[in-house]
Design a protein around this ligand. Sequence first.
Ligand SMILES: Cc1cc2nc3c(=O)[nH]c(=O)nc-3n(C[C@H](O)[C@H](O)[C@H](O)COP(=O)(O)OP(=O)(O)OC[C@H]3O[C@@H](n4cnc5c(N)ncnc54)[C@H](O)[C@@H]3O)c2cc1C
Length: 459
Amino acid sequence: MDDSIKETLIDIVGRQNFTDSLIDLVSYSNDASDHYHRPEAAVWPASTEHISRILIIANKHCFPVIPRGAGTGLAGAAVPVYGGLVLDMCRMNRILDIRIADRLAVVQPGVVYNDLKKALAPYDFFFPPDPASGNVCTLGGNVATNAGGIRGAKYGVTKDYVMKLEVVLPNGLVMQTGSNCMKSASGYDLTRLFVGSEGTLGIITEITLKINPKPMAFKTGLALFSSLRDAGRAVSDIMHSGIIPSVLEVLDENTIKVLQDHSSVNLPDVTAIILVETDGYTRAETSFQMEKVIEIFRKNSAADVQIADSIEEADELWRIRKSISSIVAQIRPNNVSEDVAVPISMVPNLLTGISKIVRNHGLPFVVFGHAGDGNLHPKIMYDRSDPDQVKQLREVVTEIFKLTCDLGGTLSGEHGIGLAKAPYMTLEHDQTAIDVMHDIKRLFDPNNILNPGKMGLEV
Ligand SMILES: Cc1cc2nc3c(=O)[nH]c(=O)nc-3n(C[C@H](O)[C@H](O)[C@H](O)COP(=O)(O)OP(=O)(O)OC[C@H]3O[C@@H](n4cnc5c(N)ncnc54)[C@H](O)[C@@H]3O)c2cc1C
C-alpha cells in the first residue's frame, strides 16, 4: 500500500483514525486463534459512507480489506493473511433503535453483545445467542460468524435472529437486505447469505435483530456420571423426550479437573457432568420440565443429580462454565479450540471418539460444550515451539474433523471456518457446493479484496 493510498484513507477517516504504526499492526495480526499475519494499515471508520469510500479505493487498487470486530474469533477469520487494511468497527458502536412493539433492535456492528443485553434488560427482552465471549465480542462479529452459545438447543443461533442488514459491497455500493417483518418470503434470502460469511462478501454496517421476551423462571441443576457414554446418551434422550431445556452443557473429566484446580467452584471427582437449565414463565413450568429431565438422567445411570438452591448459585455455575476457555488458555502456552457439531443422536459417539483420538496422541485436552445442540468444544493444549507437538496437534485435529464428518456432522457449529478450518472444507462439502461458494464469492467480490484467504474461497 503506497503513501498516496494511505493519504487518501486519512482524508476519509481523519488522521487520528488511521494507523500504520508497528505496535498497532502487531495487535491486529492475530485474533483468539493461533494464526498471525500483519496488516499494512488499519482504520477506524465511523460511518457507512466512510466504508463505501474505502472499498471503492481498495477495489481500484486491489488491496485486501479485513473487517474486524473485537478479534475474539477462534478460527483466524479476522487475521489479515495477505496483509492489507484492517477495518476496525469499534467506532460504529451505537444501538440505533429498540422497538419492543415490533420485537426488534437496530444496531451498528461494533456494539458489544453484552451492551445490547444490558440495554434490553429494562424491557424484559433479550437477544438469545449468548456467546461466552459476550462481554467483548461485537454483534457484527456475531453475525459474520453466525455465533451461538449455551442456549442454542432451545433458542437457536445468530442466524435465527437476523432480520435485516445494511451491507457495503466491495464496489462501494450500499445494499439493504431483508425486512422489518417477522416473516418475509420475498426473493432470495440475501440476509442469510451474509450471516456466517466472515467478511468475505461485504461489510455489515447495520443490523436489525429479532429480540425475545425473557423467560421469568429458571431451574438449574447438574447431573454426575461415571461414564462419558451414559452422559452422551442422556443428552440424546432428553432432546427427543418432548422437553427442550434452555441449557444442556457437558463437561468431561479433564474439564472438571481444570475447574477443580483453577476456579472456586466445588465439583466432585466424576467422569462427566451435565449442566442443565429449564426456563419458562412460571416456577411450576420449570419444575415440571426439570423433573422429566432428572428422570432421564437417572435412567441413564446418573450417579447423582443436584439442583441449585438459589439464583446466585445458578449464576455462579454459568459464570464458571463461560470462563472455561479463558481458564484453559492459561494452562499451556498454546491451545486450539474446535467446535465440531453432530446430529444429536451422535453426541455419545463424538464425545467418546474425541477423547480416544486426543488421548492416543498424548496431548492434554478438555472437552466441553453445548451437548443439547450436538456442538462440542475439544480444546487441545500444546506448545507451538515443539515441532513434535505441532505435528501431533495437526493429526489430532484432522482425525477429529474426519470423525465428525463420518458421523454426519459439521466442521463448525458456531466459530466459523476462517483460516483454521479452510483446508478441511472438502471433508464436509461436495465439489458442486464448493464450486457454488466460489461462484458466489466471485460474483460479489471479483477482485477478491474482501478478507481473502478465508473459508477456502480463493478465486
Ligand atoms: C473466551 C472465548 C469464548 C468464546 N465463546 C464463544 C461462544 O460461546 N460462542 C461462539 O459462537 N463463539 C465464541 N467465541 C468466538 C468469538 O467470540 C465469536 O466468533 C464472535 O462472534 C466473534 O466476534 P468478534 O467481534 O470478536 O469478531 P472478530 O473475531 O473480530 O471477527 C470475526 C469475523 O467476523 C468478520 N467481521 C467482523 N465484523 C464484521 C462486519 N461488520 N462486517 C463483516 N464482517 C465482519 C471478521 O472479518 C471475521 O471474519 C469465543 C471466543 C473466546 C475468545
